[in-house]
Design a protein around this ligand. Sequence first.
Ligand SMILES: *Cc1c(COP(=O)(O)O)cnc(C)c1O
Length: 399
Amino acid sequence: MGNMNEIINGAEQVLLHTYNRFPVVFDHGNGVRLYDTDGREYLDFCAGIAVFALGYGNREYNDALKAQIDKLIHTSNLFYSEPLEKAAKALTKAAGMDRVFFTNSGAEAIEGAIKSARKYAYNKDGQTDHEIIAMNNSFHGRTMGALSVTGKKAYREPFYPMIGHIKYADFNDYESVLAQISDKTCAIIMETIQGEGGIYLADPEFLKKIRKLCDEKDILLILDEIQCGMGRSGNMFAFEAYGIKPDILTVAKAVGCGVPVGAFMLTERLADKTLAPGDHGTTYGGNPLVTAAVCEVLRQFEERNITDNVRTVGAYMYDKLEEVMKEYDFITAHRGVGLIQGIELDPDKKKAGDVCKKAVENGLIIITAGANIIRFIPPLVITKEDVDEMTVLLRKALS
Ligand SMILES: *Cc1c(COP(=O)(O)O)cnc(C)c1O
C-alpha cells in the first residue's frame, strides 16, 4: 500500500518506453470499479480497452479459469482438448460463422485473415501479386501485416516497407473503394465500427454495396470486430445490424475477457479453399486455459443477456452524452451505438487527452481515440446508475 510512485519509477527504468501511461497502479477490481494500490476507487469506462466486458472479480469466470489451471493449461495444437472443441463450437455459433482458428491477440487474428485471403486467391489462379484494399483511418494492430492494412500513415511510415500490394480507400466512400479495385483484388478489410480511429460506424448503404461488390467479383470481405464485436454494439456482432455477413471475421479483446486470445473465423464456402495443414500455426493459440475462458465468457453472455443490457444502458448513455454535449460548446460531435461511443472536442479549445487525465485524477477512467475524441467503452455489465455517476465525473473533468 502507498508505494505507487516506487512502482511507477521502477517500471519506467526497465520497461521499453512505448506508452505514456496514466500515473496509476491498479491493484484489484470489483464489478465496474478498479482500486489502486493506495485504495482509491475508479469507475471504469475503458474496460482494459474494450476487454473486460463482464466486470472485475467475476466469481464464476475466476472459478472456471482456476479449475482449468489445476487440470491442464497447455498442450499445443498437435492435440485436441475439450475446452478447444467447446469454445470453437460456441464462438462460431455466436458469430454465425463456420470455422475458427484461435490466436493469441487481435493483431494475430488479422495476420490469419490476410493469409486466408491471399491463399484463397492463390488457390484460384496461382498468382502471387494479389491486392487487399484497406480503409483510411482504420486500426488493425501493430504487427507488420496488421500494420500494413492500418489506415494511418504515421503508424506505418517508420517501419516501411510494409507487406506489399495494399491499397487504401476512404471508409464509407464507395467510389473511393471502386477506384482501388482491380482484377488482383482478393480482399477488402474494414472495421464494422472504427474504434481507435474515433468511433465511426459503417454506413449501411456503403457496407451493403461493398458486400454486393465482393459477391460479384469473388473478393473476400474481412470484417474486423476485435473492438466492436462481442456484444459491444448491442448485437453480438456489429455486422448483424446491417443484414450482411463477412467471409472472414476477426475477434479478440472481449472474447476472453482478459486472457490473451483472439480468433479469425471463416465461412464454410472458404474453409476448404484456403489454409491447409502446414500453412499456418501457433504454439499457444487456443490452449485449454484461454479456450476455457472463451467458453465461460460466452456462457455468461447468454445467461446474463449481455446484449440486452448493452442496448438498454447504451441508449441511456447516448441520451446522457447528448445532454452533456449541449452544455459545452467545445464538444463538436457525439457518435456511437451500444457501449461504444465517443465525443469529439474542438482541439483549439480542449484536448481530449487533458480531459481524460483530469477524469482519471477524479476517479473516472476514460480514454481517447482518433483526432481529439473521448471514447466510452465500459464493461458491458454497467447500469444506468453507473452512467449517471460517469456523467457527473465527466462534467467535472470537462469544466
Ligand atoms: C485492438 C485492436 C486490434 C489489435 O488487437 P491486439 O490484441 O492489440 O493485437 C485490431 N483491430 C481492432 C479493431 C482493434 O481494436
